[in-house]
Design a protein around this ligand. Structure first.
Ligand code: NAD
Length: 249
């Protein structure tokens, strides 16, 4: 039996990059997958087609998860359409990098709302249904930047560190309800988000990665699939770095 057979998973920001890889992997493990997207419906449909083409089950639902009501509606629609929601992966995220002297208030607010408030929005919406079922897997995609800090990313690092504190607090609230809450902290992963980095920075990053290479979105997806499975039932409140050994704590 596939490890996620009979489970329903919602992945935010899943039309491309790491979210897309997570959606495809969870579907390959047997889960019915809801591919959330903010605006690119065509890209989300392509992910759904890929999953269905491979024999899996998926549909796409558009929602801006930084908005409290929209995130609540997304969760409600998922449950309405599939009767349950067992796995929530908070992957949606953006970066608006700048040194503090040039960082605008809007850069701060938008990144915090998209990366951190969205996690509150979706977790609040899934908590009651998961509690009633006495089962749930919540996996939040943070970053090494939230652990070690990164110059030019005070907003992004704060949002990603906030996700870790939030997840640990929620893990304690959720534990007696059969719900686990864990965090994945990717390092440098090749996606659209990182392709704009300068070649100098890319070369520099390699020196800080013991495994000597950037990671692939698929490698993050494998870690998510494990934490989403029943086999990870005794793991909660943890931060798993998928970063080639960059941050060892
Ligand atoms: P990406 O830009 O390719 O994908 C992010 C996705 O989130 C996009 O599809 C985007 O449309 C979606 N999104 C953004 N705001 C949204 C909103 N308000 N509502 C719904 N969807 C929204 O980036 P990625 O590299 O695939 O990153 C995925 C996650 O992994 C992000 O949270 C990112 O911070 C994190 N991460 C990435 C790396 C990396 O090296 N790529 C490293 C550490 C952490």
């Amino acid at each position: 039996m596939q490890s996620l057979e009979g489970r329903v998973a919602l992945i935010t920001g899943a039309s491309r990059g790491i979210g897309r890889a997570i959606a495809v992997e969870l579907a390959a493990q047997g889960a019915t997958v809801v591919v959330n997207y903010r605006s690119n419906q065509d890209a989300a449909s392509a992910v759904v087609d890929e999953i269905i083409g491979a024999g899996g089950k998926a549909n796409a639902i558009g929602a801006d998860v930084s908005q409290f009501e929209a995130a609540g509606d997304l969760v409600a629609q998922t449950i309405e359409q599939h009767g349950q929601l067992d796995i929530l992966v908070n992957n949606a995220g953006i970066a608006r990098d700048n040194l503090i002297l040039r960082l605008g208030e809007d850069d701060w607010d938008t990144v915090i709302e998209t990366n951190l408030k969205s996690v509150f929005n979706t977790c609040k919406a899934v908590f009651k249904p998961m509690m009633r079922k006495r089962y749930g897997r919540i996996i939040n995609i943070s970053s090494v930047s939230g652990i070690a800090g990164n110059a030019g990313q005070t907003n992004y690092s704060a949002s990603k560190a906030g996700m870790i504190g939030f997840s640990r607090a929620l893990a304690r609230e959720a534990a007696t309800r059969g719900i686990t809450v864990n965090v994945i902290a990717p390092g440098f992963i090749s996606t659209d988000m990182t392709e704009d980095l300068t070649e100098d920075l890319k070369d520099l990053s390699l020196a800080a990665i013991p495994l000597g290479r950037w990671g692939d979105a698929q490698e993050v997806a494998y870690a998510v699939a494990f934490l989403a499975s029943e086999r990870a039932g005794y793991i909660t409140g943890q931060v798993l770095s998928v970063d080639g050994g960059m941050v060892m704590a």
